[in-house]
Design a protein around this ligand. Structure first.
Ligand code: FAD
Length: 490
């Protein structure tokens, strides 16, 4: 039998992982990528002697990356190494409180008790609840297709359905956290996990309280070569397995004949294939690549609320700060108002929560000696045509003022170079609709069931992977989408 051919649209992390899985299965795989480089959001930028990871900075569930090397019969350590963080994040509050989120759960709970008076036992209880939600949802909702009958006929699915109330889908995350903790700083710390998939803790179901378990139990890591090395090492593996990557090759159309995909159209050429896997945002997959077939568009799914986006300043800083770590959060004094601005008013709050990631803390060659590379990010609404230039100019000054006041240094005078990523450039660089960074939001309890499936129900041979489809955004879930897709292909 001749070798079957799969074409993948996009070399984001999910596209690369799908390519590896299908190559291991014996398929001939070709990946068409619009940019001149792989990785999509998981890419890097160089700036006058400073290197920055452009998008993701928090690395969790490294076992999903290792699994790809093992699947190919390789030793992951020969390709890719990473270290576990002892301190996952440093939190700075406007009232002067500083909390170190230690990886060790007892130490973390003790730190919270020492700094806020919230009993360590409440933190331990919260994390135990988080572990319970994980045990109910993991195999059923994250690792399998929710759109196949077989999933629901499995005994572990039935067991999970019986334990459904335990996942707390009918309260908001904030409400659950407010009930579990007395101290509002601790509520804020745990509410923040909703932002890990671009959602709003005041609307999202308390099921999202599963997220701390991923970070606290499985740990947070830093790849020795920086986040971009995840992309680089997986592309290397894929190429060794015979996968062909075509860069600067935007796909313009998915060719469908008689309800079956026949391949794609890119650079005015037809490329035939037995199956097509789109790693492009599902909204654009339909509206751009399948624009000839409006009858195929799943309108309800496409019209769901999008996740939030981000505004990032990449600042070369000519100084080092001993008080800062790899991950640092400077909280807003009014979290509810901040989310109200992002979700209801669709603008930027005057006192946003600021995330500062400094990879040169662990990878010193990311900045010149004595300097640091600051990735400074705030959550912002998806792009709905706001006056971003005006919003960005205002936010820049206020972010610098906030950091200056907490750190006791004039930050603006320490910035030696700068570039900016905003919802518009996220959209144009990665074809992510409205610049949303995690596809659709998880602001309601049905979101997990409403994400687009990994396989088309109308076009034979058409599959979907990546952050805009099941099971959702973020590197670990994107890697799981690749696993689900390859499981659907025989
Ligand atoms: P994408 O990265 O969206 O890539 C899609 C690729 O497809 C792109 O390369 C694009 O050019 C290509 N493409 C699109 N259309 C076409 C076409 N027509 N033809 C050819 N190619 C096409 N996740 C975490 O786990 N931890 C974090 O800390 C984290 N922080 C983040 C911070 C930021 C600022 C951003 C932007 C994202 C962050 N994420 C984080 C989310 C994470 O980056 C994404 O969920 C994940 O990388 C998305 O991968 P993907 O496979 O869906 O593809």
């Amino acid at each position: 039998m001749s070798q079957k051919k799969a074409v993948i649209i996009g070399a984001g992390i999910a596209g690369i992982a799908t390519a590896i899985r299908l190559a291991v299965k014996g398929y001939k795989v070709e990946v068409f990528e619009a940019n001149g480089y792989p990785g999509g959001k998981l890419s890097e930028i160089e700036q006058d002697g400073y290197r920055f990871d452009a998008g993701p900075s928090l690395f969790t569930m490294p076992q999903y990356v290792d699994e790809l090397f093992k699947l190919a019969g390789k030793n992951p350590a020969d390709y890719f190494s990473y270290q576990k963080l002892d301190v996952v994040c440093k939190y700075f509050y406007e009232d002067g409180t500083r909390i170190s989120a230690f990886a060790d759960t007892r130490q973390f709970a003790g730190e919270i008790e020492n700094k806020t008076g919230e009993p360590a036992a409440s933190v331990i209880k919260h994390l135990a609840n988080s572990a319970d939600i994980y045990s109910i949802t993991n195999h059923v909702f994250l690792e399998r297709s929710l759109h196949r009958l077989q999933t629901y006929l499995r005994i572990d699915t039935l067991r999970s359905i019986l334990r459904f109330p335990k996942i707390d889908p009918f309260r908001t995350m904030h409400k659950a956290n407010k009930t579990g903790f007395k101290d509002k700083r601790v509520v804020q710390l745990f509410d923040r996990y909703a932002t890990y998939n671009g959602s709003n803790p005041y609307q999202a179901p308390a099921t999202l309280n599963v997220i701390p378990h991923l970070e606290q139990h499985f740990g947070a890591y830093f790849p020795d070569g920086g986040m971009y090395s995840i992309t680089q090492k997986l592309v290397k593996l894929a190429e060794e397995l015979g996968v062909k990557f075509y860069y600067n090759s935007r796909v313009d159309e998915i060719v469908v004949i008689n309800g079956k995909t026949k391949g794609i159209r890119s650079n005015d050429q037809n490329i035939m294939a037995d199956m097509v896997i789109s790693n492009m945002d599902v909204w654009f997959t339909y509206t751009r690549l399948l624009s000839k077939y409006p009858q195929l568009h799943p309108k309800k799914i496409l019209n769901q609320e999008r996740s939030s986006s981000a505004l990032i300043f990449y600042w070369g800083i000519k100084k080092q700060f001993a008080s800062l770590d790899l991950h640092n959060i400077f909280f807003s004094a009014d979290y509810e108002a901040e989310f109200d601005h992002i979700w209801e008013r669709q603008d930027i709050f005057h006192d946003p929560t600021v995330y500062v990631n400094i990879s040169s803390k662990l990878k010193p060659d990311d900045a010149p000696p004595g300097c640091e590379n600051w990735f400074v990010m705030i959550n912002v609404p998806a792009n709905n045509g706001q006056d971003w230039d005006k919003l960005i100019a205002g936010a820049r000054g206020r972010i610098a003022d906030k950091l200056s006041s907490v750190l006791g240094e004039d930050i603006t005078s320490l910035i030696v170079n700068e570039s900016v990523l905003d919802p518009r450039s996220i959209e144009s660089r990665t074809s992510s609709y409205k610049g949303s960074i995690y596809g659709t939001s998880s602001n309601n309890q049905f979101a997990a069931f409403l994400r687009h499936a990994n396989q088309s129900s109308k076009v034979k041979g058409l599959y979907f992977c990546g952050g805009s489809v099941h099971p959702g955004g973020g590197i670990p879930l994107c890697l799981l989408s690749a696993k689900i897709v390859s499981g659907l292909i025989n």
